[in-house]
Design a protein around this ligand. Structure first.
Ligand SMILES: CC(C)(COP(=O)(O)OP(=O)(O)OC[C@H]1O[C@@H](n2cnc3c(N)ncnc32)[C@H](O)[C@@H]1OP(=O)(O)O)[C@@H](O)C(=O)NCCC(=O)NCCS
Length: 174
């Protein structure tokens, strides 16, 4: 099922055939450099794809989605919206991860912008966040380019991160 479309991308629910392509990305230490879990095994990748096949099991409008480059019909990454509880507050995170071959073309920003607009416009969410390792400059840039600003340092069971956020009333001004 298609979730949203941007100029160069469309995002859809995962299909089982995405596992191989996603594993190529999840087994790449550079792509997974700022994830506390590091690289994932094939079995872990398969479990994730299966978990999100129809969206997040508890919040079907959220989840991780296959990110497809329109002109080639290629699976180039996975992006989406994920529910978390951070410091006792329910939050929705804009998540983005692309294969290295696709970095530096504005595609990460384009996906994140599409997801932000979908979240505010179609889902009516009031706030979005990104949880980012302070060394992940590319991710910080993407968060800022979609109108987020640094809010605080926080931590969960996997370690500390910087929380970037945008509230609905700040949207469009960005
Ligand atoms: C984060 C990610 C999706 C960005 O994708 P991308 O398509 O390369 O990003 P964009 O081309 O839209 O670039 C966004 C901005 O970041 C900047 N940027 C990109 N890589 C950078 C780097 N390594 N260091 C500093 N800035 C960087 C770009 O210059 C651009 O800013 P500008 O328009 O002001 O020049 C990509 O790097 C990625 O998949 N990383 C691995 C997964 C990951 O860490 N995800 C985030 C987890 S919180």
């Amino acid at each position: 099922m298609k979730i949203l479309e941007t100029e160069r991308l469309f995002l859809r629910h995962f299909e089982l055939s995405d596992i191989e392509y996603l594993y190529l990305l999840y087994s790449d230490p550079e792509v997974r450099r700022y994830f506390p879990e590091g690289t994932l095994t094939y079995a872990e990748t398969k479990a994730e794809v299966e978990y999100y096949l129809k969206g997040h099991p508890n919040y079907p409008e959220l989840g991780l989605w296959a990110t497809i480059q329109k002109k080639t019909d290629q699976f180039i990454g996975r992006c989406g919206l994920l529910p978390w509880t951070i410091d006792g507050q329910d939050e929705v995170e804009v998540a983005y991860l692309l294969g290295k071959a696709y970095w530096g073309q504005g595609l990460g920003t384009e996906a994140a912008q599409g997801i932000r607009d979908h979240a505010f416009e179609d889902l009516g969410l009031s706030r979005l966040v990104c949880m980012i390792d302070e060394g992940n400059l590319a991710s910080i840039q993407v968060a800022k380019k979609i109108g987020m600003s640094f809010e605080k340092e926080s931590q969960d069971e996997l370690g500390s991160f910087h929380l970037y956020a945008i509230n609905r009333f700040e949207w469009k001004i960005a």
